[in-house]
Ligand binder design. Structure first.
Ligand SMILES: NC(=O)c1ccc[n+]([C@@H]2O[C@H](COP(=O)([O-])OP(=O)(O)OC[C@H]3O[C@@H](n4cnc5c(N)ncnc54)[C@H](OP(=O)(O)O)[C@@H]3O)[C@@H](O)[C@H]2O)c1
Length: 263
């Protein structure tokens, strides 16, 4: 387990407030707090979104990415959320901006993962119309799933690149996200961790496909033109959220919010 992981204070729920979660091998306490949600009745997948934003709401730092606004507390829960997911779903803009490469589950979290009956490997699925993958996801022996609409000009090239079974075609001009999630579920990938970016998250929220939002507030102000975690040209249908828990370290606030009918 990396040594730099910090302790986390529990602020919510109130009956656990004041407890401190020290880093521990295998992170059993964090696993209990961050168990992946179950699919709602009639849904093939359960979608948890994970984002970080500054106090003034920006999901991007001055470097145009999220790296400049996150920190070790966020990293500590981020690695557990990945370890309990089957697949990370990400927009191609984020995969390119953040330089995504094939994902791995940290060594100290692998045993709990296989004990839950999950496949040892964490899959990645990239949503794109252009079909333009970042260099770190090309020519690798662990290619991502690529989710495209029929309008994608690179479908044949992608099939050659990542394998036909890893190209999910859903929708005509734009990606039909419910169909895409059903296709991932058919591949055994039902626990979906959506890591953004804002455009993909907006589309998921507007389609009411997000069951849970884990949102970290980073104690910094950046002003500027940064995108918010959910941002598009149109308002989304307002979706109430219920706080499931709130953790804290050094001003970083880590919230887990339930969305949907039970919020
Ligand atoms: N703070 C955080 O937690 C966080 C998390 C993630 C990202 N970010 C930041 O957000 C920025 C990127 O924002 P963004 O909104 O552009 O990200 P994004 O949603 O990842 O990327 C947009 C691109 O992804 C594809 N895409 C997204 N939704 C789609 C859909 N429904 N159907 C088809 N394709 C879809 C398209 O790719 P093509 O162009 O290939 O067609 C689109 O141009 C970066 O600066 C990144 O660092 C921050």
């Amino acid at each position: 387990m990396p040594r730099e992981l910090p302790p986390l204070d529990v602020l919510l729920p109130l009956d656990r407030a004041g407890a401190t979660l020290a880093p521990e091998p295998g992170e059993p306490a964090l696993h209990a707090l961050y168990a992946h949600p179950e699919p709602r009745p009639g849904r093939p997948t359960a979608v948890r979104a994970n984002m970080i934003a500054t106090l003034d709401g920006s999901a991007q730092g001055p470097d145009g990415r999220s790296r400049s606004i996150n920190g070790p507390a966020d990293w500590r829960v981020f690695r557990v959320m990945r370890a309990v997911a089957d697949v990370v779903l990400v927009g191609a803009g984020t995969a390119r901006a953040e330089g995504y490469t094939p994902l791995t589950v940290p060594a100290d979290l692998r045993e709990a993962r296989t004990a839950r009956g999950q496949a040892p490997g964490l899959e990645l699925a990239v949503v794109t119309v252009s079909g333009d993958l970042p260099p770190g996801l090309r020519g690798t022996d662990r290619p991502p799933h690529v989710v495209v609409p029929q309008a994608c000009p690179r479908i044949d090239a992608l099939r050659a690149e990542v394998g036909a079974d890893r190209v999910v075609v859903a929708g005509a001009a734009t990606v039909d996200l419910p169909r895409a999630l059903a296709a991932l579920a058919a591949r055994g990938l039902t626990r979906v961790l959506a890591e953004g970016g804002p455009r993909l998250l907006t589309d998921l929220v507007q389609a009411e496909l997000v069951d849970e939002l884990c949102l970290t507030s980073s104690p910094v102000l950046v002003g500027g033109p940064g995108l918010r975690a959910v941002q598009g040209p149109d308002w989304v249908t307002p979706q109430p959220a219920r706080a499931a828990h709130l953790l804290h370290h050094a001003g970083m606030l880590l919230g887990r919010w339930r969305l949907g009918p039970d919020a």
